[in-house]
Design a protein around this ligand. Structure first.
Ligand code: ADP
Ligand code: TRP
Length: 329
């Protein structure tokens, strides 16, 4: 069975973009692949979070992963910082990554621009740590959004280089993977292209029905179509994309027809969209509340996940040590 791995940084709560773009695929994949889903808390250190927030943030995502339907009996769910084997592989991979290529990664350039006072080495080697996350389980498929493409290219380079330098065929080249036909991009409700934490336009999975309805009803629209079958402007396209993702095809087609014959009432469309989002989120929210309150269960899940992940990572690491010339542990 092929191995799949993916992770999310614990920098806040999961939102609809995370859910439809990533976590929903994780849930489907756990039935078909050998899956590792982790919480990338080391990666979040690039922005220097407070010590008192570290464990809480990881726990939040852990509870939300499980509430979304990731089953710890089927997939290995773990917290990155519980698996210290990763760091040794990170060191070895760093020896074969070059300053120039790391500096050219767009996410590095962007972060360096956003936080010029904190362009640390961890930020530069972010893709190598990500490569270590992936390669330690010799994962073949990685479900991530388009924004991670360059990091994935670095992970493939790390695998290829290691194999080439040591004349082995040890690491598979990990591929970006979408569970559906295409990567899903959940648009923002403010007319922007993407729902994202840093965009401040998110619907969060923990939010109650009233808040969700209010947010959807406030979504940006225009004054409506003036000619039949006209092209939709960006903001309206976004609303329809959200509907395509969150509602049934019949619902989408109904409002699409209304757009085409100019009889659309955005208020009705938003009300329906809010209902459909609530339908998905309400049970998840309930489970988040239930699971978050059971600290002991979360502890058990994190511990079990760490054990399984460490076993897999240690196995790879021992092979790597032998290949490089070190004594295996
Ligand atoms: P954020 O944009 O909120 O900071 P992250 O960048 O941490 O979210 O993304 C975590 C995962 O969720 C990634 O796999 C990413 O591709 C996916 N993701 C985030 N926002 C969206 C979105 N609007 N549409 C689709 N996928 C998304
Ligand atoms: N860089 C990813 C993000 O920002 C998180 C991540 C870290 C990850 N390591 C990974 C994703 C390994 C997939 C595989 O969303």
């Amino acid at each position: 069975m092929e191995t799949v791995l993916s992770g999310i940084r614990p920098t806040g709560n999961l939102h609809l973009g995370n859910y439809y773009g990533a976590v929903q695929s994780f849930v489907k994949m756990q039935n078909e692949y050998n899956c590792y889903f982790f919480i990338a808390d080391w990666h979040s250190l690039t922005t220097h979070p407070k010590p008192e927030d570290i464990q809480k943030s990881a726990r939040t995502i852990l509870a939300e992963y499980i509430a979304c339907g990731i089953d710890p009996e089927k997939a290995t769910i773990y917290i990155q910082s519980d698996v210290h084997e990763t760091l040794e592989l990170y060191l070895y991979l760093n020896m074969n990554c070059y300053l120039g290529e790391l500096e050219r990664v767009t996410t590095f350039k962007e972060k360096a621009r956003k936080q010029p006072e904190n362009v640390n080495a961890g930020l530069l080697t972010y893709p190598t740590l990500m490569a270590a996350d992936i390669l330690q389980h010799r994962a073949a498929k990685v479900p991530v959004g388009k924004d991670q493409e360059q990091n994935m290219e670095m992970a493939r380079k790390c695998a290829r280089r290691f194999n080439y330098i040591y004349g082995v065929d040890f690491f598979p080249e990990p591929q970006n993977f979408y569970f559906g036909d295409n990567a899903i991009k959940v648009p923002g409700l403010d007319g922007s292209g993407k729902m994202g934490k840093s965009e401040g336009n998110c619907i969060y999975l923990f939010e109650d029905e009233k808040t969700i309805r209010k947010k959807v009803m406030k979504a940006v629209t225009d004054s409506g179509p003036t000619e039949p079958n006209s092209e939709k402007p960006e903001v309206i396209k976004n609303l329809f994309t959200l509907m395509e993702i969150a509602s049934t095809k019949d619902t989408y087609d109904y409002f699409d027809e209304k757009w085409n014959d100019c009889s659309i009432r955005y208020g009705d469309m938003k009300k329906q969209l809010a209902e459909d989002i609530v339908k998905t989120i309400a049970p998840i929210r309930e489970r988040i509340i239930e699971i978050s309150s059971d600290e002991a269960r979360l502890d058990r899940i994190a511990r079990l996940g760490a054990e399984k992940a460490r076993e897999s990572a240690a196995k790879t690491l021992n092979e790597v040590r032998k290949i490089i010339g070190f004594r295996p542990y």
